[in-house]
Design a protein around this ligand. Structure first.
Ligand code: ZN
Ligand code: ZN
Length: 261
């Protein structure tokens, strides 16, 4: 039984009427003040207008099955027993994660959506990313993960921003996939803000010890959700932590992928 149907008999008529009025008022405001498409500025009730929605989401791009790096058809390499395509870097030194699904490259105009989500709390962008990631997942041969987790923020950053943008994608995606989602299964145990000043090796060691897993993940397939994948080092470190904790498979679901390191 849903919580709403349990609470319903105890709701006073006054409260119910006030709620009804509030939702009617909300609908009225939504009709009276149509919002703008997040990309082109045309009037649109939805996050994107129909034109932008049709134009920008369907990027036909061959990507590495492991890291989602875009591949030129000529650079395509397959391992004999694996029908999926991989980039040379993943074949030579496979990362700790097994798969990555990405929607599009991190560039204009879709990068605007990631910025809106991350810095302006436009949570509808998270929902849109989730919807398209779900469609991408349905088209793939990837099995559904046992659990979905967002790339965690450090406590300091979570307090400063007030929300985790990866969770804004992970939660609706998990709902669409009918998979449980856990917002705090992974914790970021070290604040890693001064990364850019460190050399590559120190940075690697630093991120590797940056996560803690608070639930039993032995034998499970974990889906990790992030808004933007840049070098993949942080996702690699998180996957390594999950594998050390016994996870069987780690699949990344990222909205946008930076084409090169
Ligand atoms: Zn538009
Ligand atoms: Zn790759």
């Amino acid at each position: 039984m849903k919580a709403d149907s349990i609470r319903l008999p105890f709701r006073t008529p006054v409260t119910a009427r006030a709620r009804g009025f509030a939702s009617a008022a909300k609908r009225l405001v939504a009709c009276a003040l149509p919002s703008q498409c997040a990309l082109c500025g045309n009037l649109s009730q939805a996050l994107l207008c129909d034109g932008c929605d049709a134009q920008y989401w369907n990027e036909p791009r061959l990507r590495c099955a492991t890291c989602a790096l875009p591949l030129a058809a000529s650079a395509m390499r397959r391992e004999r027993e694996d029908l999926r395509v991989h980039c040379a870097a993943c074949l030579e030194a496979p990362p700790a994660f097994n798969d990555t699904l990405a929607l599009a490259d991190y560039r204009a105009p879709l990068d605007t959506l990631a910025v809106e989500l991350k810095f302006r709390a436009r949570l509808a962008a998270g929902e849109a990313f989730a919807r398209h990631l779900h469609a991408r997942f349905e088209d793939s041969d990837l099995p559904a993960p046992d659990v979905i987790v967002p790339m965690p923020l450090s406590r300091e950053r979570l307090i400063a921003r007030g929300y985790n943008q990866a969770w804004a994608i992970a939660r609706p995606l998990a709902r669409m996939m009918r998979v449980p989602a856990h917002a705090s299964m992974i914790a970021r145990v070290r604040h890693t803000s001064a990364q850019s000043r460190l050399d590559r090796e120190t940075r690697r060691r630093n991120v590797a010890s940056a996560f803690a897993v608070s639930r039993d993940v032995r034998g499970t397939h974990v889906g990790v959700v992030d808004d933007v994948m840049t070098s993949g080092a942080t996702l690699d470190a998180l996957a390594r932590t999950l594998k050390l904790a016994g996870a069987r498979r780690v699949s990344n679901f990222v909205a946008l992928r930076t084409p090169k390191d």
